[in-house]
Design a protein around this ligand. Sequence first.
Ligand SMILES: Nc1ncnc2c1ncn2[C@@H]1O[C@H](COP(=O)(O)OP(=O)(O)O)[C@@H](O)[C@H]1O
Ligand SMILES: [Mg+2]
Length: 389
Amino acid sequence: MPSPVSSLHQPPVADVTNASPVDPVDASKEKKPTVLESHGYTLGKTIGNGSYATVRMAQSERHEGNVAIKIVSKFSAPADYLKKFLPREIEVVKGLRHPNLIRFLQAIETTHRVYIIMEYADNGSLLDIIRKDQLIDETRARKWFKQLVYAIDYCHDRGVVHRDVKCENLLMDEGWNVKLSDFGFARGHMKPKNGNPILSETYCGSYAYASPEILRGIPYQPQHADIWSMGVVLFAMVFGRLPFDDSDYKELIKQVSSKVVFPKDPKVSVNCKSLINKILSPLKSRIRISGIRIDSWFSYEEDQAAGSSKERRSSTESEDDRRSSLDPDTIVPPDIITKEQLESKARPRGSKRYSTDEEETVKTEDPTRSDTEDSSKGNTTGKQKRQSK
Ligand SMILES: Nc1ncnc2c1ncn2[C@@H]1O[C@H](COP(=O)(O)OP(=O)(O)O)[C@@H](O)[C@H]1O
Ligand SMILES: [Mg+2]
């Protein structure tokens, strides 16, 4: 069985220096530190209840501040998730480092749980902001959309596809910058080989953000599906609602196969709608990231600074192309794996309680240290780490 944490590295679970000089009778009464405590983390409040993970804030001595810890119980998470998606998530995130990605700090596997320790984002998710503000003005939307595009471009460049881009997974740091998170459905090694794309056959994510090719259940190029999802995010920001209604599959297929319908209100610029149109297009005519980067709405500030008077291009989509491929009556809905679905296969939460006293570290994974280093002794500061590439 693949292990969620691949490299072996075992710091001591209990701090033996606490026990030795004290009277043995008293020492036996002293509470053994939990695994997280022994790694220098003090757990705080719950900040997210994911599908099968709880995310809690923690204080970290080593990172000199708050971190977020995703806690997955080996006893209640679904087997598919534990064997397939969670190991991939750890494998993928440990190789990524970008200002618009939540930074992975450490993974600890114990007999009972898997802990993923990561950078903490202070300001909630983009979904929270849209709910609160109802919609995002184009200036802010542009800034956040750009940051999302940069993050995804960086991932794709390294052969990583996210496959679950949505407003809930775009977190905001203390400076209100986007931090893409939740690589639970991500995959690595997806860079085209000799010009041949590598196709995905696992249909995952959320229906409302799924591209037409995913909804059709045909092997798909996940990079282009990520781009589609980014278009859904952009639409959601500027209109304050999702472009497609995912409550009925046939209706959804119809909607994603037709020209995007823009609400009359709020007023959104022609250029922004044009970019959304170019993204929410059929695969053949869908804009690539290189195209997004030179789009006039996307690069507006740069253009203005340069005094450019670029012609406003109209949408490049081809209507024939858009309408050709999807007939809702003939398509069998693919088995899209959503986290909700995986969850329903999981054992009920809290069906059995496991004491943290019995929990022991099995493995740790820590990109900031070498394997030979003892992670309990490290004293590298967050600042030092941010500087070293
Ligand atoms: N690094 C983080 N900083 C702040 N909040 C986070 C962080 N990671 C996750 N969360 C919160 O926990 C929720 C669930 O985490 P996520 O990784 O998306 O798990 P799931 O796979 O269950 O969607 C998020 O929607 C967010 O509210
Ligand atoms: Mg999530």
